[in-house]
Design a binder for this molecule. Structure first.
Ligand SMILES: [Zn+2]
Length: 478
């Protein structure tokens, strides 16, 4: 049977505001002792009132714009009622009927790891809403432990349309989404710290049909790898059921067990009615003015996909462009060096090849790397011909090791390209005299013999002679 795979995602991204969503507690609980970043508001004590954090709204609006959503000027919060030990209030404050934003689109590319060929794709965004997170349970042999540090952390829930057609497309989409959120500055999206989590819905249908069949929802996936593996697993299960004539008739929810690489039935899918949503009585509706939306979205950075397109258009490979888009420290340094050279390949050789090489060689990381300004000064010295490319490489290594400026190193080492003609002519004459056999070979037609003469001069000047001029001078005297 020719079946088509239909995938939709719900992504939860933890927002990187200083304080929590409705109280002044520290929003960065990473590494802190359990239950130390809590207060009566996020613990749901009676008589407390939630106050929305303006930074959450601003960052969520920026994210919505970056996902090309319509920001809804009117939205409001709702209570989603359920009991769970990690939820001290007994309800989550979310947005149900009137989300902050809707109708967006994300353009991304799916790269074949074998051929490196990439195929453009896109996925529509159904909605983006904001809500607060629950705490965290740790199950031990003697009982379950509750840590409420994360309770009240702001989340963006981003729901896609069922536009994805393979597990590869799903993971390529979430990778691009992660880039966008990091780029917009609304989430660190650190997968290791669980800052981005996915629920994936999958169903199959005979090719050519347009209706959607009951889906299986896979809950709580927290890495690109587990998302892909869980979808592949569930796709195989569903395919077998379809082929046996037992296609699912109702929606179900399953959990992914990472260690066993399989899904496990959790429950029949809950419906919205089960949560008894009702408008949050303690928070007035959110009414956003055009002026507010414009002010927070006015100076937004380019989208990662736009940056990537510009880098590849300037001559970089897809892989080089992706490295720059994914690393702001590298990107800032690259842009600064490229502004001097106006030659992307030359800037890439310094920033994407030489610099990481020297950092690794000397046991350093990107945070120890010379600043964009320091590298731009090095590039100026190379561009003006003060030092050669080879000498530039040595200076870069010394900058990485010592942390001093290019100018200081060039001065201290007595570097500086030898380019005055009188000195070069003398060097050429001496080298020609010292290598009569190379001259003989050259005259007999062995053009590579010229390299021996130029090489000797470069060696003598420790790579500081102007190689192009040396070449010209050698040709002029023989
Ligand atoms: Zn609090």
């Amino acid at each position: 049977m020719d079946l088509e795979t239909i995938i939709g995602l719900e992504v939860h991204a933890q927002m990187n505001t200083k304080t929590k969503m409705f109280c002044a507690c520290d929003n960065d609980a990473w590494g802190k002792a359990p239950n130390t970043t809590v207060c009566p508001v996020c613990m749901g004590h009676p008589g407390t009132l939630p106050v929305p954090n303006k930074a959450v709204i601003e960052k969520a609006v920026r994210s919505s714009k970056a996902l090309q959503c319509t920001v809804n000027k009117h939205s409001h919060f709702d209570r989603k009622n359920y009991f769970y030990p990690d939820l001290p209030t007994g309800y989550q404050i979310s947005q149900y009927k009137f989300p902050l934003a809707s109708h967006g689109i994300v353009k991304f590319s799916i790269t074949d790891p074998k051929t490196n060929a990439s195929e453009p794709s896109e996925c529509r965004i159904h909605r983006l809403h904001i809500e607060n997170d629950a705490g965290k349970l740790t199950h031990t042999a003697v009982g379950s432990l509750c840590d409420y540090n994360r309770a009240g952390t702001p989340l963006m829930e981003i729901v896609t349309e069922p536009d994805l057609r393979s597990s590869k497309a799903a993971s390529a989409f979430v990778e691009e989404l992660r880039r966008i959120l990091i780029n917009v500055g609304s989430s660190e999206a650190d997968m290791f710290k669980g800052m981005m989590r996915f629920d994936a819905s999958i169903s199959l249908r005979p090719k050519g049909e347009t209706k959607l069949y009951p889906r299986v929802e896979i809950k709580n996936l927290n890495s690109f790898k587990s998302l892909e593996k869980a979808l592949n697993y569930q796709e195989r299960v569903l395919r077998k059921l379809w082929e046996e004539g037992k296609a699912p008739t109702g929606e179900v929810t399953v959990g992914w067990i990472d260690d066993e690489e399989k899904t496990q039935m959790l429950r029949d899918k809950e419906s919205a009615a089960d949560y008894r949503y009702f408008p949050e009585p303690d928070i007035p509706p959110l009414e956003l003015s055009d002026a507010f939306i414009e002010s927070v979205t006015a100076a937004m950075a380019k989208l990662p996909s736009e940056m990537k397109a510009e880098y590849t258009a300037s001559g970089l490979t897809q892989a080089e462009a992706t490295m720059l888009v994914d690393s702001e420290p590298l990107r800032i340094r690259f842009d600064s060096v490229n502004t001097v050279f106006k030659d992307a390949k030359r800037a890439s050789s310094i920033i994407l090849t030489q610099l990481p090489g020297f950092l690794t060689k000397h046991g350093k990381t990107l945070s120890d790397a010379p600043s964009a300004e320091a590298l731009s000064e090095l590039a100026e010295a190379m561009k003006s011909g003060k030092i050669s490319n080879n000498a530039g490489k040595d200076v870069l290594e010394k900058m990485v090791v010592t942390g001093t400026s290019a100018a200081a190193i060039i001065k201290a080492e007595g570097m500086g390209q030898v380019s005055d003609d009188a000195t070069l002519k003398k060097l050429v004459e001496d080298a020609v005299k010292a290598n009569p056999e190379a001259i003989e070979s050259y005259k007999k037609g062995k053009t590579q013999a010229l390299g021996a003469i130029v090489g000797a001069i470069m060696k003598q000047t420790k790579g500081q002679a102007d190689a192009k001029r040396v070449n010209e001078l050698v040709l002029a005297v023989i």
